[in-house]
Design a protein around this ligand. Structure first.
Ligand code: SF4
Length: 303
């Protein structure tokens, strides 16, 4: 051997000595290397290359969006964002991240939850939770609210914003609950929707979080944004998003899924600067507005 030429040595890790497990190829019957077979299987199920339950590595400072934005990715060959396997993997990781999350609005009855949910529109849960303890001490029953005029309630809910409309809705709902439903908040979607200020989001919160009835999926601003980023829907209208989610998410997960996504939206998947480098959904997420990615980003998949 000529001087200076060093014979090839096995790696200390032993990686190059490992024999790839072979899987049979569906079409030819020939064995495929394990990695190739796995990659093909994941592509068919809409799971990205490199998919695993591992957390993404933190982004090195000053580097952003290393992966290319792919145009018209939804038609990309073999990729189906709502493939049951991909959705199941998203749900599994959400379960690991947020195992026991519940509604963040403080309440001790269906009525209190209804009022808190009405007040939470265009406001934060923290803000609402600052107001409601004193509110429910001052007016402890639905009848006490029904005896008010909206103007009387306004000063008590002013700090939650849009206080005139919210006062009208709360007092109107209280009056209707007393006159039509014997003072009890109905546990029925159709009846709830007859209350002033109550649309599907509010009704779903009350039905899911208090009555434990899965009649739909709560679509608030976080669910709207993140389900689009995760390509579970392409819609922007909350009702259409809800319909899409009801098709894609198993019914027994509807209530928990909404809570988990709302928490995810508060902790990691923020509206302006999502913390993608810390997000365990990273390699399943192809959002166009990711702040860090090791997978392709898909044009149009954004909140
Ligand atoms: S946008 Fe970022 S934070 Fe949000 S789900 Fe995707 S990877 Fe996670």
């Amino acid at each position: 051997m000529p001087r200076g030429v060093v014979p090839r040595q096995p790696a200390r890790t032993g990686r190059q000595d490992r024999v790839a497990r072979a899987l049979p190829s569906a079409s030819s019957g020939r064995a495929l290397p394990a990695k190739t077979a796995e990659r093909r299987k994941n592509a068919a199920h809409g799971i990205s290359r490199g998919s695993s339950t591992r957390q993404s590595k933190p982004a090195p400072k000053g580097r952003k969006k290393t992966a290319a934005v792919v145009k018209a990715s939804r038609g990309a060959r073999g990729y189906n964002p709502i493939a049951p396997e991909r959705v199941a993997e998203i749900l599994k990781r959400l379960d690991q991240l947020y195992p026991d999350v519940t509604c963040a609005l403080t309440h001790s009855s269906a009525w209190e939850l209804l009022v808190a949910t009405i007040l939470s529109a265009q406001s934060t849960d923290v803000n609402v939770n600052r107001v409601t303890p004193e509110l429910f001490r001052k007016y402890p029953t639905v009848e006490a609210f029904a005896a008010l005029t909206p103007e009387q309630l306004e000063p008590d809910v002013r700090s939650t914003g849009f206080f005139r409309n919210k006062s009208k809705s709360v007092v109107g709902a209280a009056k209707k609950i007393v006159s039509d439903f014997g003072g009890q908040v109905p546990d029925d979607m159709e009846k709830l929707l007859t209350l002033p200020g109550v649309a599907r989001k509010t009704a779903n919160v009350v039905l899911g979080s208090w009555f434990r009835k899965a009649e739909g999926v709560v679509v608030d601003t976080h669910v709207q944004r993140i389900s689009r980023r995760l390509e579970l829907t392409t819609e922007s209208d909350p009702q259409k998003i809800e319909q899409d989610l009801m098709r894609v998410i198993p019914r027994d997960k509807w209530i928990l899924f909404a809570h988990q996504i709302i928490w995810h939206g508060r902790k990691l998947c923020l509206a302006r600067k999502p913390k993608c480098a810390d997000c365990p959904l990273g390699n399943l997420c192809h959002a166009e507005d990711k702040t860090w990615s090791t997978v392709e980003m898909h044009k149009g998949a954004k909140g």
